[in-house]
Design a binder for this molecule. Structure first.
Ligand code: THG
Length: 298
C-alpha cells in the first residue's frame, strides 16, 4: 500500500513574479492559468496567498477567490495575515466547508478575530504553532501551544477533524534539532488531538539555500514527515518529482528513508540517482552529517 499526502499548491502568491503582478493589476488570466496548471499537476487544494495586504486586502482576497473559482472546483486555502481580508474572502468562497483558513495562530488577537469566522464558515483551519513570543522552542512547547489552540477551536464548536496543525518547518541552516522537534511533535499529535490533520510549508526547510539545491531538501523532508503521518503539505506543485511523492508514486524511496529513520541504512555504494540523493539529503536533515551546500557531492 502506498502512503499519500494531499498537496496544497503554493504558487498563487503575492510575492511570486507572475501571480504577484497579476494580482496587483487585477489581471485574472495569469492567476487562472496558474490555478489550472496547479490543478493539472495534481494539487488537492490551491493556496491563495495575498500576504499582509494592509491597503486593499478586503477587496483583493474576494477578487482572487472569485477569479480562481471561475476556472476550478478545487477547494481553496485562503492565506493572509490580514484578519479582515480573511473574513472578506470567506464571505464569497463557494464551497466553504471544504476550504481551509490559513491560518490561526496562538496569538490572542488572531484567535479572537478568526475563530468565529471559521466556526461560521464550517471550514478547515490551519492551527499554526506560533505564539505571542514567536516560535515554540521544542516539542513540549509545541504540544502546549497545540492544546491551547485545540481548546479554543473546540470551544467554538470546531471538531478535531477540521483542525490542521502546522508545527512550522525551520530552515536546515538553523540546524537539524528544530527539524527533529517538529517531527517529534507530529508523532504526539494524535494523542493531543485525535483525528486532526497536519501540514507544513515544506520549502521553509530550504530557505536561504542556493535555488538549484532547494528541491532536494524539500523532497526528502516531505518523506521524513510522512513517517509521522503528515496529511497535507504546502508545496511547489511545479516540482513533478515532489508531486509524485505526494501521490504515493515513490514508495521505494519512502521505504528507504523510513528504514533509515529506524536505523536501517542501505549500503550507499549500491545506490544511484534519486535514491542516492535522498540518502545523502537524509543524512543532513537528520543531523548525522553537517549541512553545507556541497552535501550532494560528498
Ligand atoms: N505554513 C503555513 N502557510 C504558509 C507557510 C507555512 N504560507 C506561506 C508559506 N509558508 C508557504 N507558501 C510559499 C509560497 C511561495 C514560496 C514559498 C512558500 C516560494 N516562492 C518563490 C520564491 O520565493 O522563490 C517565488 C516564485 C515566483 O517567483 O513565482 O518559494 O509555513 N500554514
Amino acid at each position: 500500500m502506498s502512503q499519500k499526502v494531499l498537496a496544497i499548491a503554493e504558487s498563487i502568491n503575492i510575492m511570486g513574479k507572475r501571480s504577484g503582478t497579476a494580482m496587483k493589476e487585477r489581471n485574472p488570466a495569469p492567476v487562472q492559468e496558474m490555478a489550472k496548471e496547479e490543478a493539472a499537476a495534481g494539487a488537492s487544494y490551491l493556496d491563495l496567498n495575498i500576504g499582509p495586504a494592509r491597503k486593499d486586502g478586503t477587496e483583493l482576497m474576494p477578487w482572487v477567490v472569485q477569479t480562481v473559482e471561475a476556472v476550478t472546483d478545487l477547494p481553496l486555502c485562503l492565506d493572509t495575515t490580514n484578519t479582515d481580508a480573511m473574513a472578506a474572502g470567506f464571505g464569497v468562497v463557494k464551497n466553504k466547508s471544504v476550504a481551509i483558513m490559513n491560518s490561526i495562530s496562538a496569538q490572542p488577537e488572531r484567535m479572537q478575530k478568526l475563530i468565529p469566522v471559521a466556526a461560521e464558515a464550517g471550514c478547515n483551519v490551519i492551527a499554526l504553532l506560533w505564539g505571542p513570543d514567536g516560535m515554540p522552542r521544542d516539542s513540549n512547547e509545541r504540544a502546549a501551544m497545540a492544546v491551547d489552540l485545540m481548546m479554543a477551536l473546540a470551544e467554538a464548536g470546531i471538531p478535531n477533524e477540521k483542525m490542521i496543525f502546522d508545527p512550522i518547518a525551520t530552515p536546515i541552516t538553523l540546524g537539524a534539532d528544530q527539524i527533529a522537534s517538529g517531527l517529534e511533535f507530529l508523532g504526539m499529535l494524535q494523542e493531543i488531538a485525535p483525528g486532526a490533520g497536519s501540514t507544513v510549508g515544506l520549502s521553509n526547510v530550504s530557505n536561504g539555500v542556493a535555488e538549484h539545491l532547494r528541491k532536494y531538501l524539500d523532497r526528502t523532508y516531505l518523506i521524513m514527515l510522512m513517517k509521522y503521518g503528515l496529511t497535507t503539505a504546502i508545496v511547489n506543485a511545479y516540482d513533478s518529482e515532489l508531486m509524485a511523492i505526494c501521490k504515493g508514486e515513490r514508495q521505494n524511496l519512502v521505504d528507504m528513508v523510513h528504514g533509515m529513520m529506524d536505523g536501517n541504512d542501505p549500503d550507499p555504494s549500491t545506490l544511484t540517482g534519486t535514491a542516492l540523493e535522498h540518502y545523502k539529503t537524509y543524512k543532513v536533515l537528520s543531523g548525522q552529517n553537517v549541512f553545507s551546500e556541497s552535501w550532494l557531492e560528498l
